[in-house]
Design a protein around this ligand. Structure first.
Ligand code: ADP
Ligand code: MG
Length: 522
């Protein structure tokens, strides 16, 4: 401990000279002071620290009948709860003249004899960050033995021990706050964060990280990265950063989760010591599933928009000559007999087929602008269900639905009916030899927008993964008599509603189409 400096201790009036510390202090007093220093050094709570210090000071100053900590902060003057009056006697007012002299001088002082009493008073400054924020106040017994310079020095030393303790406790609490702050940042991050040390051992991982990886802290913390199977693909990247000291931005890799492989975007940053050597690596990662899903939806939308324009153009061009052909063929048909008539009939049928396809193309191209009004989606769904009921029965398909009556969206009833009719038809057609088709609707929010998700699921053949990407493109069909326009039209209608259509399928098990539609704004 630093000894009390001469300039912070002023002896106002004293019958004895300096140097009394060594001569005037008894062994017991020294013990008390040492105890005070030891005890305050170990405390981090300012209130408790002052309380204990005042208790010790009572032992150190048998002459004092009163000991107080005066808190001078915030313009006030408060006595600490641990302030005492020996023997529990009633505490009189503090000696004002001593206090005003102390405030004026700003340093430790000893006022030898004050009336009434007479009593002597010691005031020793307590500082926080160099500023006087309090004072240790001691008062001797009225008419009793007055304080000496040695007592003042002792009090100054005690006040200094309190000062050091208070500074420490403040630093400690700042450190804690900053640690909590850092931890708060770490845990509050929207992305996963994982820190490994130079040996590749995981030192830190935040809650989001654990959640994203589907792991528990015990699976990860203090374990080498290479021994955590789910994180194996990170090992070579982390090693590279440790070796080169250079960050790796936006790496894409698949990590294994319980649900299977999940795409992750990872940025790895080296942790460097002040001297520049690499001490570890911080990996910041996020799940790219949604990002990829949205990117795919956007790509699909763009592809279909371009195709839509082309389809509209081509359909118009075909429709006129087709109408002429049809007109003339019908005239010829009436005049033809025998085998030729049969051929002409086939021509009529084929022209009809082309007409149907062209109609579909125009339909697809037109699905853009239509009015949308609050619409009872449950009615729409039940109508679509009724329309496929007959073909479902023929195909031995059990059709079930779970649709709440409150289901309302901002939409166009006929267009929406077309969507769900197409989906239900496809579902029924996917089932050979009997099965189930289920229609359901449930409230769901997307990006904070409330709405409804409608699911059409079937226990049919399923869709091979290589087909999934082409599914919504016009003319993609695996059916002999299909047009391949059903899903393309669905996509366009749903998109024009500000919604989303998605598919999940397991070949051999079945398929689920989900359509999310924004609800009616309140
Ligand atoms: P189409 O029904 O005329 O073939 P769609 O656009 O409605 O055209 O469907 C395109 C293709 O997507 C279908 O030919 C089929 O291969 C596949 N498909 C659509 N829905 C399902 C489903 N529920 N189960 C299996 N395959 C489906
Ligand atoms: Mg179809």
């Amino acid at each position: 401990m630093t000894p009390p400096s001469e300039d912070s201790t002023v002896v106002l009036s004293s019958g004895r000279g300096p140097g009394l510390v060594s001569r005037g202090i008894q062994a017991g007093t020294l013990d008390g002071l040492v105890n005070l220093i030891l005890e305050t050094a170990a405390l981090n709570d300012a209130g408790v620290l002052i309380f204990r210090a005042l208790k010790r000071i009572e032992d150190v100053f048998p002459k004092a009948v009163r000991g107080a900590h005066i808190d001078l902060q915030a313009g006030g003057r408060r006595l600490h709860a641990g302030s005492w009056v020996r023997g529990g006697a009633a505490a009189g007012p503090l000696r004002e003249e001593a206090l005003s002299q102390f405030t004026a001088s700003g340093c430790g002082l000893l006022l030898p004899l004050l009336e009434p009493g007479p009593v002597s008073v010691i005031l020793a400054p307590i500082r926080t960050r160099g500023r006087i924020t309090g004072a240790l106040y001691l008062e001797s017994a009225p008419g009793g033995e007055p304080f000496t310079d040695a007592d003042l020095r002792l009090a100054t030393a005690a006040a200094m021990a309190v000062t050091v303790g208070l500074d420490n406790s403040q630093l400690y609490s700042e450190l804690l706050t900053s640690l909590e702050f850092n931890e708060g940042i770490l845990q509050g991050l929207g992305s996963g964060l994982l820190a490994v040390d130079a040996a590749g051992v995981v030192r830190k991982v935040n809650g989001v990280g654990l959640e994203l990886l589907g792991l528990h802290a015990v699976d990860v913390l203090r374990r080498p990265l290479s021994e955590i199977p789910a994180l194996a693909p990170l090992v070579p990247l982390a090693r590279k950063v440790l070796q080169t000291g250079e960050r790796l931005d936006r790496q894409e890799l698949d990590l294994t989760r319980k649900e299977g492989q999940t795409p992750f975007g990872v940025t790895l940053v080296p942790l460097k010591t002040p001297s520049g050597s690499v001490d570890g690596v911080i990996a910041n990662f996020r799940d790219l599933t949604q990002v990829r899903r949205l990117a795919e939806l956007v790509r699909r939308g763009q592809r279909l928009a371009a195709l839509g324009e082309m389809a509209a153009g081509v359909a118009h061009e075909i429709r006129n000559p087709l109408n002429s052909i049809r007109g003339f063929v019908e005239i010829i048909l009436e005049r033809t007999q025998g085998e030729d008539r049969r051929y002409m009939q086939i021509v009529v049928e084929e022209v009809e087929r082309i007409n149907h396809i062209v109609g579909g193309m125009l339909d697809f191209a037109r699905q853009q602008d239509f009015p949308r009004v609050p619409t009872d989606l449950s009615k729409v769904l039940l109508r679509a269900q009724a329309l496929v009921a007959a073909s479902a029965e023929r195909a031995h398909v059990r059709l079930t639905s779970q649709v709440p009556e409150t289901c309302r969206v901002l939409g166009h009833a006929d267009k929406l009916e077309q969507v769900f009719l197409n989906l239900l038809q496809n579902a029924v057609e996917a089932i050979a030899g009997g099965g189930d088709v289920a229609l359901s609707a449930a409230p769901a929010s997307e990006a904070g927008v409330p709405g409804w998700t409608v699911r059409v699921s079937d226990t049919g053949a399923g869709i091979p993964p290589e087909d999934l990407e082409k599914l919504f493109s016009p003319f993609f069909t695996r059916k002999e008599k299909g047009t391949g326009l059903g899903l393309a039209v669905c996509h366009r209608i749903v998109e024009a509603h500000g919604g989303r259509i998605e598919v999940e399928s397991r070949p051999g098990q079945g398929t689920v189409f989900s359509v999310w539609l924004p609800g009616v704004p309140s």
